[in-house]
Design a protein around this ligand. Structure first.
Ligand code: 13P
Length: 252
């Protein structure tokens, strides 16, 4: 059984006080949700305070990125995974499409960051997804396959236990255009087959694959009803505690 993961990516929103306020509002609303792992990803500057305030709760904290190096060194502006672990993170989101698009993240950097995150004992939420033009050209499957093959290259079967894949079609992010449950299922099935080819059937069967892109309280149940959809990476609808809690509690 794959335990679902519902993760909220807060992107570059919320001052520290607002992040703490949302986290504390969320806590009681999801206190009884044991059917899934609950993760929130505030900005770097809020990570420690939010993680401290959530200690002992069922909500875990993720960073939205990390450095590709764990050794201290001359990397101005970077934050090492070991430092994220040190302030209470359990997960790191890696290779989000906004980082690929705006900040030049490549499959090679995603691979290096993923390995660094794992070596600091973080779980890595590795993001993949095609652009609209790629989907329209019929190359969505091959684009995502390449992202996976390169992004997860060199990871062992043991490493894969701490990998979560997030499929986020770029055309569905922040647009209100969700992939249909069928489109999500089709790609998630393809992702699982791709992982089976590189890491074997057992790994593919166990790896959690999240869907991201305009997930809302009113479409989560339908998306989660798909066989290969194991959770969600939520942007806009995770910013308010109430709507994120509704997504977490979708079964109820
Ligand atoms: P939205 O839910 O706002 O579309 O964002 C999705 C996303 O990018 C999560 O990482």
């Amino acid at each position: 059984m794959r335990k679902p993961v519902i993760a909220g990516n807060w992107k570059m929103y919320k001052l520290l006080s607002e992040a703490v306020d949302t986290a504390l509002r969320l806590k009681p609303l999801v206190a009884n949700a044991n059917h899934c792992e609950i993760v929130i990803a505030p900005v770097f500057t809020a990570l420690k305070t939010v993680a401290d305030r959530l200690e002992g709760s069922n909500i875990k904290v993720a960073s939205q990125d990390c450095a590709a190096q764990n050794e201290f060194g001359a990397h101005t502006g970077e934050v090492a995974p070991v430092m994220l672990k040190d302030v209470g993170c359990s997960y790191a989101i890696i290779g989000h499409s906004e980082r690929r698009q705006i900040y030049g993240e490549t499959d090679a950097s995603v691979n290096a960051k993923t390995k660094a995150a794992l070596s600091a004992d973080l779980k890595a939420i590795v993001c993949v997804g095609e652009h609209l033009s790629e989907r329209e050209a019929g190359s969505a499957n091959s684009v995502v396959e390449t992202q996976l093959n390169k992004g997860l290259e060199g990871l062992t079967v043991d490493d894969m236990e701490r990998i979560i894949i997030a499929y986020e079609p770029v055309w569905a992010i922040g647009t209100g255009k969700t992939a249909t449950p069928e489109q999500a299922q089709e790609m998630h099935g393809h992702i699982r087959q791709t992982v089976a080819k590189t890491h074997g059937d057992a790994v593919a069967k166990d790896v959690r694959i999240l869907y991201g892109g305009s997930v809302k309280p009113d479409n989560i149940a339908e998306l989660m009803s798909q066989e290969d959809v194991d959770g969600a990476l939520v942007g806009g609808a995770s910013l308010e505690a109430d709507s994120f809690a509704k997504i977490v509690n979708f079964e109820k």
